[in-house]
Write a protein that binds this ligand. Structure first.
Ligand code: AMP
Length: 573
């Protein structure tokens, strides 16, 4: 049958099935290539976007999503089956699209009218994104399902929810496009990144016009990532000295876009977080620039960084209250610039070496601008210098260093060796487990969450008294947890609901990021991201660390403040 006979959405769905059925990525790409080559211009653009697993191209941030409840109600009604059918189907596959397909198939659902065309599905997604009201949205979805055969319905739903699950990664899709129209893969990737529109990219590829792609702002670009190195020597074996060195700040990574009066902030996981940081939006509008900056949002007061714990109160808040804004002010500390220029659109700088990008960034005079900072940059010629800079960064309360190759271009989403991160675990603490709880999810039924303590050596404390400093539930293997469960069950002193007070004999070595003051534990301190490094069978409870050590670690981290950020014309390092 031809595409015309079956309706283009059906053919798209069959192609998706074929892609899902093969594990070989080169085969996936060639199925994509062959299919895309067979399509007309409009269908090509839509089909490529749908293959990216989204109803809209990345540069279009609208959401067409429909909740589980709405989907379930509509599907059960269209299929003419009772309540619970969708739930049962979902339990079998844990996938909404598959469940929809299965319920319709089992019910013998026959599509009505003309077969669905890709453009009709795309149009329905737009209506879902723009229609207000639950019932009206449900009606749009119901109309789609009436027209769809079960396989098409499965994929219409999967795309809608952004959960395609056919094992087709962005890279395979780009490869398929390159292959379909005999274009250079790098050119496809570059155009895809600039436009944020894989559909448009596919059409440009077909026309041999990839080099006409222009940067469009306000779609999330992937951040360049750094590879970890163990120590200074490894860093210098990977990067030619002198290396560029910045502090590794402990904030929220974000790309800041601005054109005209429009400003957007995108997080590292590609979410639009603009509304959570109105002061950065305001600051960005006040400076004379257009383009894209890369940097870190830091909690900041009186020229000093506030601990990450405070910044945390701003995370996930869509509209912070005036009180929150006053309590935890933030600044945007830039360390890179990806595009700049008055023109429409701004000129991409990703292919310029970092040295040039930094020159352009410095010319913006961000340190002189309220709400902005600039990452302090130094260079290091050898290990001794790097060690000194590392120690200074930790003194400033930062977790380590970022080392960068000044000749490197900006590689979005890539974790290469042009950027390195150097962190060293501050230290570990030996603690004794005093409480155990059953875990969640995969770990239900076993005692996998441990509350641990150190020796209270404050004046007046009883000899050998223990005070809790944290709770960890990661780090041990399943076998170790099974063994611990048996042991703790046999050595439970008292039970309080899920929590068991256990005999304080098992010593664990705990790694963590920082120690902060907290009323959650009796010690007055808590650790951030505690994880069990190992069980110390060789140690007894009397040999665990003392509270004074914890307090000293906390003191050391409190000197945070100077931060390694340049603001208001002053160097704070
Ligand atoms: P990690 O989260 O440990 O993989 O480290 C990478 C992260 O460090 C980035 O995503 C940034 O959020 C953060 N970071 C902090 N300071 C810098 C800096 N000066 N340059 C680049 N990334 C930085």
């Amino acid at each position: 049958m031809t595409a015309k006979d079956t309706g283009a959405m059906r053919r798209w769905a069959e192609t998706a099935e074929a892609i899902r059925a093969t594990r070989a990525t080169s085969k996936k790409s060639s199925i994509v290539a062959e299919y895309l080559r067979s399509l007309g211009d409009e269908d090509l653009g839509i089909a490529a976007v749908f293959l990216s697993g989204r109803p809209f191209p990345a540069r279009d941030q609208r959401k067409a999503g429909l909740g589980w409840r709405a989907i379930t109600t509509v599907v059960q009604k269209v299929a003419g089956v009772g309540d619970g059918a969708m739930g049962q189907a979902y339990d079998r596959s844990s996938d909404v699209g598959t469940a929809v397909g299965e319920v319709l198939e089992t019910a013998g659902h026959a599509p009505a009218g003309r077969p669905l065309a890709l453009a009709e599905v795309a149009g329905a997604y737009v209506r879902l994104a723009t229609t207000r009201g639950r019932d009206a949205k449900a009606q749009v979805f119901a109309d789609l399902l009436h027209r769809a055969d079960p396989l098409s319905a499965r994929y219409v739903t999967a795309i809608l929810g952004g959960e395609l699950r056919i094992g087709l990664r962005e890279g395979h899709l780009e490869k398929g496009i390159a292959q379909a129209f005999e274009q250079d893969l790098a050119a496809v990737q570059w155009a895809g990144m600039l436009t944020g529109d894989i559909g448009r990219t596919a059409r440009l590829a077909r026309d041999g016009a990839l080099d006409t792609a222009r940067l469009s702002l306000f779609h999330p670009l992937k951040s360049m990532l750094a590879s970890p190195v163990a120590d200074e020597a490894e860093a210098l074996s990977r990067l030619e000295p002198p290396v560029w060195v910045e502090d590794k700040y402990d904030g929220i990574r974000a790309l800041l876009h601005r054109q005209g009066d429009e400003v957007r902030l995108f997080s590292r996981d590609l979410n639009d977080i603009t509304s959570g940081f109105p002061e950065i939006v305001e600051a960005a509008r006040a400076v004379d620039w257009e383009g894209i900056l890369d940097g870190e949002i830091l909690a900041w007061r009186d020229g000093a960084v506030l601990p990450f714990l405070q910044l945390q109160t701003r995370i996930g808040r869509k509209k912070p209250t005036a009180q929150v804004l006053a309590q935890v002010p933030v600044i945007y500390v830039a360390f890179d610039v990806l595009a700049l220029g008055e023109g429409s659109p701004p000129e991409p700088l990703l292919r310029e070496p970092l040295r040039e990008r930094r020159r352009r960034l410095e010319a913006l005079d961000l340190p002189g601008t309220p709400g902005f900072g600039l990452a302090a940059l130094v260079d290091a010629a050898d290990e001794v210098e790097l060690e000194r800079i590392f120690a200074e960064a930790q003194e400033r309360g930062n977790e380590g260093l970022m080392l960068k190759d000044p000749a490197s271009t900006y590689a979005p989403g890539r974790r290469g060796y042009a950027w390195l991160k150097l962190k060293k675990a501050l230290t570990t603490l030996d603690c004794v487990v005093v409480g155990a709880e059953v875990g969640h999810g995969r770990r239900h039924g076993v005692l996998s969450d441990y509350t641990f303590a150190v020796i209270d050596d404050r004046p007046g404390a009883a000899e050998g008294a223990l005070v809790t400093v944290g709770k960890a539930y990661t780090g041990l293997t399943d076998a170790e947890i099974a063994e611990m469960t048996k042991w703790f069950e046999a050595h439970t002193l008292e039970r309080f609901g899920r929590y068991r007070k256990v005999e304080p004999t098992v010593v664990v070595e705990i790694a963590f990021d920082v120690v902060h003051a907290s009323s959650r534990h009796k010690s007055g301190y808590a650790m951030r991201f505690p994880r069990i490094v190992r069980i110390r069978d060789d140690k007894s409870a009397a040999e665990v660390d003392r509270l004074s050590t914890v307090a000293a670690l906390h003191e050391r981290l409190q000197v945070a403040g100077r931060s390694g950020v340049l603001t208001d014309g002053t160097m704070s390092t």
